[in-house]
Design a protein around this ligand. Structure first.
Ligand code: NAD
Ligand code: IPM
Ligand code: MN
Length: 360
């Protein structure tokens, strides 16, 4: 197992350190090598996704990522932005299928801002297309143009999807739904946008191959509302890159905190990059208080999806459940009566729950 580690920026290195300790403690036969991505990479090499990182990521079986970005890089030209590095690696490795499981651990029922009965037992999977849509569409830019006889700045992006791009992500979602409750909700905006009319048409066509899955459709604005009104009506949600980005952050809050939501970004052969859904959290970076559980759970997804080490993945997931049961809480999921800890202590607790010695 060759794993490429990309800690990134902000809280990235803090949460990555804990995931790496957990992986080491499992005594797997794996090699882990670290490289630069994002703002740190721009500072060191002038490139958010440097050549050396590209070589390492391409040679690895899986990539584990912390997070990238931060206000100090916000004024850079777009091609040099940290986020550009993340988009480039997703595109280069062909990671079109982003799985974002939003599971509420019963211990965190009160950590959500929603009533506990609304979220209790929540277990949904958002399948987000990750290498297409308005994120990658050309042409794009900001130009000075003639608008009604005036010269002014004009910003533009292009939203597009090909039939084959839609079909392959839908297949991933149908397969996932088949293994779960057999319900799939496809989210689009077909009442306004042609690309998503095509999305809906292809979803209906693809459904013919999955007679055991019940397909429903929902417009994205309603889906955003339904996710907080009655999230348990959903099992698997499939949607495009942009809508999936937004809906998954919304779903994160159903689980108590964005610090709890892991993700897997997969290619057609289950090579993958694994990353928490959250960002580099500049507001709390350097304080040692970030929640490392989304990254630790992303490492578990890596063991499950790329390496088929379901045993080891299950051990990590059990350990996370155990520490929550023991009352360990980082600030983002803290409630009165619980034991508030920092990033490192949460890592220590997970290691202890794995019943192994602390690796420092
Ligand atoms: P963010 O996810 O970084 O933070 C949003 C809020 O959630 C903040 O209050 C933050 O403190 C909190 N939060 C996030 N992760 C947490 C954790 N593990 N534990 C506790 N609290 C946590 O989103 P943002 O503030 O909009 O973006 C900050 C930077 O991160 C931007 O540069 C953005 O582009 C980048 N970003 C990167 C990724 C990624 O690398 N995958 C994802 C999203 C945003
Ligand atoms: C995410 C992030 C990224 C995205 C950004 C940082 C490019 O928000 O992984 O959800 O929009 O995909
Ligand atoms: Mn996002």
């Amino acid at each position: 197992m060759k794993i490429c580690l990309l800690p990134g920026d902000g809280i990235g290195p803090e949460i990555m350190a804990e995931a790496v300790r957990v992986l080491r403690a499992l005594d797997l036969d794996c090699t882990m090598e670290e490289a630069l991505l994002g703002g740190g990479a721009v500072d060191a090499t002038g490139d958010p996704y440097p050549e050396a990182t590209q070589r390492l990521a391409q040679a690895a079986d899986a990539v584990l990522l912390g997070a990238v970005g931060g206000p100090q890089w916000d004024a850079l030209p777009r091609a040099l932005r940290p986020e550009r590095g993340l988009l480039a690696i997703r595109q280069q490795l062909g990671l079109f299928a982003n799985l974002r499981p939003a599971i509420l651990y019963p211990e965190l029922a009160n950590a959500s801002t929603l009533k506990s009965e609304v979220v209790a037992g929540l277990d949904i999977l958002i399948v987000r297309e990750l290498t297409g849509d308005i994120y990658f569409g050309q042409p794009r830019g900001i130009e000075t143009r003639d608008v009604d006889g005036r010269q002014e700045r004009f910003g533009f992006n292009t939203m597009h999807y090909s039939e084959s791009e839609i079909r392959r992500i839908l297949r991933v979602a149908f397969e996932a739904a088949r293994k779960r409750s057999g319900r799939l909700c496809s989210v689009d905006k077909m009442n306004v946008l042609e690309t998503t009319q095509l999305w809906r048409d292809v979803a209906i066509e693809t459904a013919a191959d999955y007679p055991d899955v019940v397909l429903s459709h929902m417009l994205v604005d309603n889906a955003a509302m339904q996710l907080v009104r009655n999230p348990k009506q959903f099992d698997v949600i499939v949607t495009g890159n942009m809508f999936g980005d937004i809906l998954s952050d919304e779903a994160a809050m159903l689980t108590g905190s964005i610090g709890m939501l892991p993700s897997a970004s997969l290619d057609a052969n289950n090579k993958g990059m694994y990353e928490p859904c959250h960002g580099s959290a500049p507001d709390i970076a350097g304080q040692g208080i970030a929640n490392p559980l989304a990254t630790i759970l992303s490492a578990a997804m890596m063991l499950r999806y790329t390496f088929a080490r379901h045993d080891a993945a299950q051990r990590i997931e059990n350990a996370v459940k155990k520490v929550l049961g023991q009352g360990y809480r980082t600030a983002d999921i803290h409630e009165p009566g619980m034991r508030q800890v920092g990033t490192r202590e949460m890592g220590d607790a997970v290691l202890a729950a794995l019943q192994v010695e602390c690796v420092n």
